[in-house]
Design a binder for this molecule. Structure first.
Ligand SMILES: Cc1cc2nc3c(=O)[nH]c(=O)nc-3n(C[C@H](O)[C@H](O)[C@H](O)COP(=O)(O)OP(=O)(O)OC[C@H]3O[C@@H](n4cnc5c(N)ncnc54)[C@H](O)[C@@H]3O)c2cc1C
Ligand code: FES
Length: 256
């Protein structure tokens, strides 16, 4: 996989003081090839730290304009430096990487995201013919209008009750689970484990996008090895960067 130098079209904070940013990059090549659920691997700067690229999910693609957008949360030095990148800067980006979500838009679908895990679900929703969104946040919401444009209905929960239902998004999903044949989820492990349990109990197919720490991003270093389970109960390791980040729920071992 070649890297590409992409111009930053926009890099702005979405939530005042909460450290959630959206970056839009110009890349006809990545925009053209991108599938929902894939990620890009960004070199933060030309220096020695951070040495490793940082993986960020593709949030939205505009194939006509040749742009790709990502939403990121400031976690450490890499994402903090990313937040200070100015418009017109040339960024070194690899992608699109990973497998992406299987598109089962002929079935009744729901996308279920928590916090920054809502980001990759927008491009997925845009590519399903019809789906409902379940979006959970702690205390601030973002990109709701974009989901409203692409989904049949949008359910919102916040832990502090500032927007939508006060509580966890899985409570809303559980009430409506009988409406769905397929659920796609991305977010904190504890939330995704609950989503998988709800789907399993109700015999609903489920796909999970997992976040493992990554090195190379292309299957060469094994940093992202994650435990997966086979039908017969045996388990082995797969590479989250190449075999994932999306897995069928029955493969995922959450307590690994
Ligand atoms: C496939 C994939 C897609 C991702 N998509 C997004 C996205 O759309 N938006 C977004 O904000 N983040 C996303 N992430 C997570 C993002 O890559 C990390 O937050 C980022 O690399 C942290 O870099 P940093 O230098 O700021 O922090 P670091 O200094 O590297 O780490 C700061 C803290 O974050 C923890 N951390 C770092 N990476 C991860 C990880 N992968 N999983 C869990 N904890 C981690 C570290 O343990 C540490 O506690 C994704 C990760 C993967 C693997
Ligand atoms: S990050 Fe190197 S093998 Fe997955």
């Amino acid at each position: 996989m070649d890297n590409e130098i992409c111009k930053v079209i926009q890099n702005k904070e979405l939530t005042k003081g909460k450290g959630i940013y959206e970056m839009v990059l110009q890349s006809e090549k990545i925009a053209d090839a991108a599938m929902p659920g894939q990620f890009i691997h960004i070199r933060i700067n030309a220096g020695y730290y951070p040495l490793l690229r940082r993986p960020i999910s593709i949030h939205s693609v505009d194939k006509t304009k040749g742009t790709v957008s990502v939403i990121y949360h400031i976690k450490g030095q890499g994402t903090e430096e990313l937040s200070r990148v100015k418009t017109d800067t040339a960024m070194d980006v690899m992608g699109p990487l990973g497998n992406g979500f299987p598109l089962l838009g002929n079935k009744k679908c729901a996308v279920v995201g928590g916090g920054i895990g809502t980001a990759p679900l927008l491009e997925l929703a845009k590519n399903l013919s019809e789906c409902d969104a379940y979006l959970g946040f702690r205390d601030c919401v973002y990109k709701i209008e974009a989901f409203e444009e692409s989904c049949k209905s949008v359910h919102i929960a916040t832990e502090d009750g500032s927007v939508g239902y006060k509580g966890y998004i899985i409570e809303l999903l559980e009430q409506n689970i009988a409406d769905y044949e397929v659920v796609y989820t991305c977010g904190p492990k504890v939330m995704m484990k609950c989503v998988v349990d709800i789907c399993r109990k109700n015999k609903v197919e489920c796909y999970v996008s997992i976040e493992e720490r990554m090195g190379c991003g292309i299957g060469a270093c094994l940093v992202c090895a994650c435990k997966v389970q086979e039908e017969n109960g045996e388990w082995h390791y797969k590479k989250a960067c190449k075999d994932g980040p999306v897995f069928h729920a029955k493969e995922v071992v959450f307590d690994a």
